[in-house]
Design a protein around this ligand. Structure first.
Ligand SMILES: O=C(O)[C@H]1NCC[C@@H]1O
Length: 405
């Protein structure tokens, strides 16, 4: 039989893992729509089950040869406690190169479009319950993520049946807050990079559905602009991604708080082209940054949950007001108008964990951005294929992840 036909029949026979792939400013979201086991119980129990019993499936779709080190996954979960008893429309579990994150803004933006565009009730049983807002030509979706319920607003065509890609998707997430401002950490000696000058570095820590460390590029010894606005083929000075990655790892190592949900998910190195006056705590106001998350993944997007965290840190410092919007850009998005994320603090909420409990510094942040479709996959596993069964990765120090025979 022709190999194409044979593969297609294998696809039919083997309950493949099927995905819809999208990108948000270049950052991929592989949306898993079938082929994973049916999980039950509260969302966080399902997350733990996935971690404990089905992690090989995460590796299979995220890592090589089907994916790559910087791939990102979103597993749609039809039943959760908040879908059944609360007001969520559908649940999601996010997947990275090393595990399961608690929040993901870029994937939420992509899901906004997909959940409006799919009419397959096996994938999204509550699709028909979504209400069309004729005035704004949009549809609202309540997504149950591990951090809580995130409300997505997706612009649509006039009947609400399809997303309108000419307008950005936005979401309003869980309360965001700073957990420590101007915190001094000591960088570990063994992690060093060209230009590293100091052992002590000032970092803000903030939560935007996931925990982030926010640090100024020049404090780590990088050129203040990080050369992020340049392209590889520009003649000027190049950026040193490996050095930035090592610096991000040094911060993770110095500051890690490790537990199931309360882990330091990412380090955002921020271009500091704000005011030069060191008394002014305004470095985070530059919207351009590079984010390392999970196991040294680089976010191609401006990091939606990072935008929440940065707006919350800014709010705690008193330099952004409710209703004020800021642009945020990444290494990719800085080159394209549609690449920007817009972050706006929209309402204050009480928060007992804030850095300064005397003020109600938790805010809900609206984040806005653009996502596009790139394709669809039906992934199979041929018999005796131990190489692609769990996936692997080629890293700086060699090969990781293949089974030893
Ligand atoms: O946009 C975000 O929030 C995410 N992008 C990759 C890392 C974060 O989860």
């Amino acid at each position: 039989m022709d190999v194409i036909k044979s593969l297609r029949s294998q696809v039919q026979a083997n309950a493949p893992i099927t995905t819809i792939d999208m990108h948000t400013t270049g950052e991929p979201t592989r949306i898993i729509i079938s082929g994973f086991p049916k999980l039950t119980g509260p969302l966080l129990v399902q997350r733990r089950d996935l971690m404990k019993h089905y992690d090989h499936l995460r590796k299979r779709v995220i890592l090589e040869p089907r994916g790559h080190w910087d791939m990102y996954g979103a597993l749609l979960v039809q039943d959760t406690e908040l879908v059944t008893y609360g007001d969520a429309d559908i649940g999601v579990l996010f997947m990275t190169n090393d595990g399961y994150s608690t929040m993901c803004g870029h994937a939420t933006i992509a899901l906004g479009r997909f959940l409006v565009d799919t009419h397959d009730l096996a994938v999204f049983p509550n699709r028909e319950k979504l209400k069309y807002d004729a005035e704004n030509q949009s549809v609202e979706i309540k997504l149950h993520a591990p951090c809580g319920v995130v409300t997505i607003t997706c612009p649509t065509t006039r009947d609400g049946q399809a997303s309108d890609p000419s307008r950005p998707v936005s979401f309003l997430s869980v309360p965001s807050f700073a957990t420590a401002l101007n915190h001094i950490i000591e960088l570990p000696e063994e992690l060093t990079w060209p230009g590293r000058k100091r052992d002590l570095v000032r970092v803000d820590f903030a939560y935007g559905g996931a925990f982030y460390a926010l640090v100024k590029a020049s404090d780590l010894g990088f050129s203040p602009g990080l050369n992020l606005r340049k392209r590889k083929d520009d003649e000027e000075e190049e950026m040193d991604i490996e050095a930035l990655r090592t610096a991000a790892n040094a911060i993770i190592k110095a500051a890690d708080l490790n537990s199931d949900l309360r882990f330091l998910y990412g380090v955002i190195i921020i271009v500091d082209d704000g005011p030069v006056n060191p008394q002014e705590e305004r470095f985070w106001e530059s919207g351009l940054s590079i984010c390392f998350f999970a196991d040294s993944q680089i976010d191609r997007s401006p990091t939606g949950s990072g935008v929440q965290a940065r707006v919350a840190a800014a709010y705690a410092k008193g330099t952004i007001r409710l209703g004020e919007s800021r642009n945020f850009e990444s290494i990719v998005s800085v080159h394209f108008h549609e690449g920007r994320f817009l972050g706006t603090p929209v309402e204050e909420v009480n928060n007992h964990f804030a850095a300064n409990p005397t003020a109600a510094e938790a805010v809900r942040v609206r984040v806005e951005g653009w996502a596009k479709y790139t394709g669809t996959h039906a992934f199979v596993l041929e018999e005796n294929d131990i190489i692609s069964k769990e996936g692997f990765a080629i890293r700086k120090n060699g090969l990781s992840g293949l089974p030893r025979l």
